[in-house]
Design a protein around this ligand. Structure first.
Ligand SMILES: C[S@@+](CC[C@H](N)C(=O)[O-])C[C@H]1O[C@@H](n2cnc3c(N)ncnc32)[C@H](O)[C@@H]1O
Length: 369
């Protein structure tokens, strides 16, 4: 039996997610907010374990045409939801409607409550309960079950964050957009709690991002012993693929406290031995002699308000000078808030991507000093 899945991602990272899926020999179809995939039974387990830039993996469990209330009710009744969320259990159910003859969301929700007989909670209330998504678009109804649980950026290693934390899935997606494949030297000169450099190390060593955590599918009532054994074998095989070799991986930051958090996070991710973490002002930074190329990806301090952005201009200008002086020949990716700060770096960028970080509209710019 095959599976139909939808892997969500942060808008702006679709290209990275598509590349990752192709790397797993899949043929993703890009839709708003993620990619649709089809593959063999159990593919959802692989995607949860392996995808670095995804937010959730949803499994399609029902699909039918529903142009009127009766078709909707009958279609919903036939969805085999008991395998994932039996009647009576608390669950988060999210309903949405787009361009359909049945236009009232309250009626859709009522039909869903009646058919599924779940104890529905409000989205976001609980992490450990089943999450069901019912979407009616152009009279076509899809019912999906979340197989991930906590969002996939929660790898399990990062328990400490700096002042402006970056989601691990966003960090990994940006590394991929910058073309980082884990083979070249890597540097983050504003490393904070270490998200980029730890994600670079996981990539370099072949650590699957989901290796340190659990997923919603492990709690499905219908998760059989055979599926559990298959899952354990898959994790075992993935662990065998982890290797110790890695290129030089550097994280530097001006604050000792941030570096302490980065070290502890790296230890939890089991990559501390691969990293060089050092206290350094970006203005006086240079790679060791002989390291002539590599990939530098970073997010310098953000200034949200106009005044703060003005204050940060000299720092961005100093960063730009360091790039031109010491990182000539490297590929550089910088995540910065929309606005004039990127210009202060003084590079001509080859590619830019619009992405959101923690609700802030940002630009990720890639170029070569
Ligand atoms: C937006 S945070 C980076 C967050 C990081 N990506 C993470 O995963 O936690 C910016 C970092 O720049 C550091 N910083 C500020 N001025 C600096 C300077 N002159 N040189 C180096 N680092 C600096 C701050 O200490 C802060 O940790």
């Amino acid at each position: 039996m095959s599976e139909r899945l939808f892997a969500t991602t942060t808008p702006g990272l679709e290209e990275a997610l598509v590349e990752e899926c192709r790397g797993l020999v899949l043929q993703p179809k890009v839709l708003p907010g993620g990619v649709e995939l089809e593959g063999p039974a159990g593919l959802h387990r692989t995607l949860n374990l392996q995808l670095r830039s995804a937010g959730r993996v949803l499994l399609r469990v029902g699909e039918f045409h529903a142009a009127h209330g009766r078709a909707l009710a009958e279609g919903l009744e036939k969805v085999p939801l008991g395998h994932f969320a039996p009647a009576g259990v608390p669950a988060v159910v999210s309903c949405s409607i787009k361009e359909s003859r049945l236009a009232r969301k309250d009626l859709l929700e009522q039909a869903v409550r009646r058919a599924f007989r779940l104890q529905t909670l409000t989205a976001g209330e609980e992490e450990e309960v089943p999450r069901i998504y019912v979407r009616l678009a152009q009279d076509h109804c899809t019912v999906s079950v979340d197989t991930s649980g906590a969002l996939l950026h929660r790898r399990g290693y990062r328990q400490e964050v700096s002042r402006a934390p970056l989601r691990e899935s966003l960090a990994a997606g940006l590394l991929l957009l910058a073309g980082y494949d884990g083979k070249a030297p890597f540097w983050d000169p504003f490393c904070g709690s270490g998200t980029f450099v730890i994600e670079a190390a996981l990539l370099a060593r072949g650590w699957p991002p989901g290796m340190h955590r659990h997923f919603a599918f492990e709690r499905f009532p219908g998760f059989t012993d055979a599926e559990r054994s298959a899952w354990e074998r898959e994790r075992g095989r993935a662990r065998l693929g982890v290797h110790l070799a890695h290129p030089p991986l550097h994280g530097t930051d001006i604050h000792a406290g941030a570096l302490g958090a980065a070290r502890r996070n790296a230890r939890r991710a089991e990559v501390m031995d691969a990293l060089h973490l050092e206290r350094k002002d970006v203005a006086v930074l240079a790679p060791p002699a002989g390291m002539r190329h590599g990939v530098l990806v970073t997010n310098p301090p953000y200034g949200i308000r106009v005044g703060e952005q003005q204050q940060l201009r000299p720092l961005y200008a100093a960063f730009g000078q360091t790039l031109r002086k010491a990182f000539h020949g490297w590929t550089v990716g910088v995540l910065a808030p929309e606005g004039p700060l990127l210009g202060a770096v003084g590079l001509s960028w080859e590619r830019t991507y619009a992405v959101q970080n923690g609700g802030i509209r940002c630009t990720f710019a890639v170029g070569r000093p």
